[in-house]
Design a protein around this ligand. Structure first.
Ligand code: PLP
Length: 406
């Protein structure tokens, strides 16, 4: 955990851009947009909670139970049942953020064990950089490259390569973010079900990271919504609803694993915070969660379109390709045969006040042997239209300069 880490660097950049140097054009980390209508809903609910004096005392003065708030869990399980998830309150655990959930899951299911080192399989690179560096005793990931499907001159898509997944007795779990950070892919439901089937064959869980997915924040096509099934683990987070400051997430798992996660939570943290669960409860009880899960995807849709249009306009003379922008709030840009590593491009852009994410670290060490892993950038679409336009103009000028020197 003390080793150099891409996620730590990312969060340093994010902190600098959003808290100390707001003039940076920030297309970097995964902070959600500040959406005015969502902000109004959050303020109204928090104000109502604050007006209830007895509640404020419990809110600030009582530790939550290890599994999470007794009033939230039944409400949340009803909400998930309404979305077709076969859950009860016993399947749910409240956690201080998805990041913390993955830390517990990876260390329980992967790493050193009596059977030897158990691996966490990432069936489809590139994958969320924040999974790296979490495992005590050193990361034990087994990663698979995807098929790269070229869809048109400037568009492409990663597809699951089923033949690349090899599970064995040293497999501890599979893990997939869907929508995927960084590529904005929403992996075919059929492939997710296939992965779940493979996991089941080996008696291990499939972890589905729903940080951007359904039922909330729902930044994807609803027809592609994943529904949890027994044997799998879904991780939901309040962060991309616009609430990363609350550090609240919920893990959905079989009862035995859920109670183990609650146990580890008590050891690690005593309890999770109360503010996020209280606000989530209020949003669900009032039905405002439904309004949020409509307005949030609606907000990102034109942003995504604008980013694609800006890139298509400014990159005309270079051999760029953009991944199908299905979900989350990123656009993933591939620059085939880029003459330098994307990390060098990242540094050059930083020197010009533009922050992006170099793709390299999303490839879990494959960058050494796979040129594609050194050719990608992730662009966040959460900033103002003007900031996005200014940033893309600078990004395009740097990219063109690099190709023209080659
Ligand atoms: N999973 C994915 C794919 C993410 O992008 C993030 C945050 O960016 C997380 C998990 C963790 O989010 P949080 O800890 O805020 O719930």
């Amino acid at each position: 955990m003390a080793a150099p880490s891409a996620i730590a660097e990312l969060m340093r950049d994010l902190g600098e851009a959003l808290n100390t140097n707001p003039d940076l054009l920030f297309l970097g980390g995964g902070n959600p947009a500040l959406i005015p209508e969502a902000g109004d809903i959050f303020s109204r609910h928090l104000q109502a909670l604050l007006n209830d004096k007895a509640l404020v005392q419990r809110w600030l003065g009582v530790y939550q139970s290890p599994q999470g708030s007794e009033s939230l869990l039944p409400l949340l399980s009803q909400y998930l049942q309404d979305q077709g998830w076969p859950v009860s309150a016993k399947n749910l655990v409240v956690v201080n953020g998805g990041q913390s959930a993955f830390n517990r899951l990876f260390n329980l299911l992967g790493g050193p064990s009596v059977k030897g080192t158990q691996r966490i399989h990432l069936p489809m690179l590139p994958e969320y950089v924040g999974y790296r560096g979490q495992m005590i005793g050193g990361d034990a990931f087994a990663v698979s490259r995807p098929i790269i499907a070229l869809e048109s001159e400037h568009r492409f898509r990663y597809k699951l390569d089923r033949s690349a997944l090899v599970l064995d007795e040293h497999s501890g779990a599979l893990c997939l973010s869907r929508p995927t950070n960084p590529s904005a892919n929403v992996v075919d439901l059929e492939d997710v079900r296939w992965l779940e089937g493979e996991a089941k064959r080996w008696g291990i869980p499939m972890l589905v990271d729903c940080a951007y997915g359904a039922p909330f924040p729902n930044i994807m096509a609803p027809s592609q919504a994943y529904r949890w099934r027994p044997g799998s683990v879904a991780v939901l987070s309040a962060s991309k609803l616009g609430l990363p400051g609350l550090r609240t997430a919920v893990v959905v798992a079989d009862e035995e694993l859920a109670s183990l996660l609650a146990h580890v939570g008590a050891v690690e943290n005593l309890a999770s915070g109360n503010t996020g669960p209280l606000l989530l409860e209020s949003l669900i009880a009032s039905g405002d969660i439904h309004r949020l899960t409509q307005l949030i995807p609606e907000y990102y849709q034109p942003k995504r379109k604008l980013m694609l249009a800006l890139l298509d306009e400014h990159l005309q003379d270079v051999p760029y390709r953009i991944h199908g922008a299905d979900g989350a709030f990123f656009v993933w840009l591939w620059l085939p045969n880029l003459p330098v590593s994307a990390k060098v491009l990242y540094q050059r852009l930083k020197a010009r006040n533009v922050l992006v994410m170099a793709g390299n670290d999303f490839f879990f060490g494959e960058e050494a042997s796979w040129q594609h892993a050194r050719e990608c950038l992730r662009l966040n679409i959460c900033q103002s239209d003007q900031a996005m336009a200014e940033a893309v103009a600078i990004i395009a000028s740097e990219i063109k300069a690099l190709y023209s020197k080659a």
